[in-house]
Design a protein around this ligand. Sequence first.
Ligand code: S3P
Length: 435
Amino acid sequence: MTRLSITPSGPINGEIPIPGDKSITHRAVIFGAMAEGTSTIRGYCDGEDCFRTISAIRALGISIEERNAELRVFGKGSWGFSEPQHVLDCGNSGTSMRLLTGLLSGQDFFSVLTGDASLRQRPMGRIVTPLRQMGATINGRKGGELAPLAIQGTRLRKTSHTSPIPSAQVKSAILIAGLLAEHPTTFCEPARSRDHTERMLQYFGVQLECKSDTMIHLHPSALTARDLTVPGDFSSAAFFIVAGLILPDSSITIRNVGLNQTRIGLLDILKTMGASLQTLDIHDDAGEPIGDIHIQSSHLEGAEIDPKDMLRAIDEFPILCVAAAFAKGQTRITGMEDLRVKESDRIATMAKALGRVGVDVDERPDGLVIHGGTQLRGAECPSYGDHRVAMAMAIAALKASEATTLTNIDCIQTSFPSFLNELRQIAPTCHVETS
Ligand code: S3P
């Protein structure tokens, strides 16, 4: 169990390299495998979650080479997979489990997916129910609500599915299964979740119509192998964006970050809180907008957060809570019940973590009210096994009154293995020690 000790820091300055986008990497690997031919993926996310998808795809008989910071996926077409000889372990990765369940539901063989203790508690009924309606036989604990999931795939039927929750993982599982179905699939959700799957499927040559922000119509078709460069992960950049804002006299730039509107709600939220943020050089690559972000330290003020913006910042909740702790006045985040079933119950874990360092927080069933602007103290704080909680609290520690010790921080490997190195580079006045 790795511990991290962080002393408070002075200003941070310079450029920060960010790993490739985790969501886009998962999709690039899966779609590369479903295409016929070789797809080269540059700038991929080297976090553990993406390696779970890579090893599962390898166990399904697809060769993937890692060379010179590139992945080469030797796809064999949508039905080129073979029955895995063993259980596929998705580790901590909800995206691996949910997207692969969609893929495996349409294959003519048996497979089993499992994960770590956190993933085995996360809701799977949201994908299992519609995939069963498409014809797959899926069994799991609690009637299929919890993994391990045992899947007997089949040739899937057409579906029209309306998801009760906005979720890119649900949408992607159904669209991937839809690629393997006999007839077109229509998918609707109550609000638009991240749209990387739609963009990348079109890039891989699939016929897909976005009838509106929340309704997609997909025609089952073959994927064409493509090369792509994965943009930097906005969700990883978010930690350093907030660090740059809260540490006085800081000025930092993050280059080549994904700036997809369905992901960057945090920028809009922070701007309403008074943040000085600029996006520059925005251009499109492989169907995704990319650009640079320039951040200057700012005096933040508390705000009432619009749930629509928060949906576009779903993974940024922990670091937004840290920004709110340093903002003057009250910040209220509501309407976000689904945060309770992420890698941890993020509403509860952030309330506990902030409470430990002296922040006044009220926990609500669907969010938090944070009374910001008081000096944070140093304390010992666990990561609760959640990579984003660990990194958010590491950033909070940069501006506490004394040293902070974070325990069980190995989970940072999930999405951002170089996080501590980057922290050491840009915050030379701060002491970062692991043991
Ligand atoms: C993801 C979708 C989101 C997000 C997760 C990654 C994806 O989950 O929280 O970290 O890659 O599709 P939900 O679809 O459950 O909202």
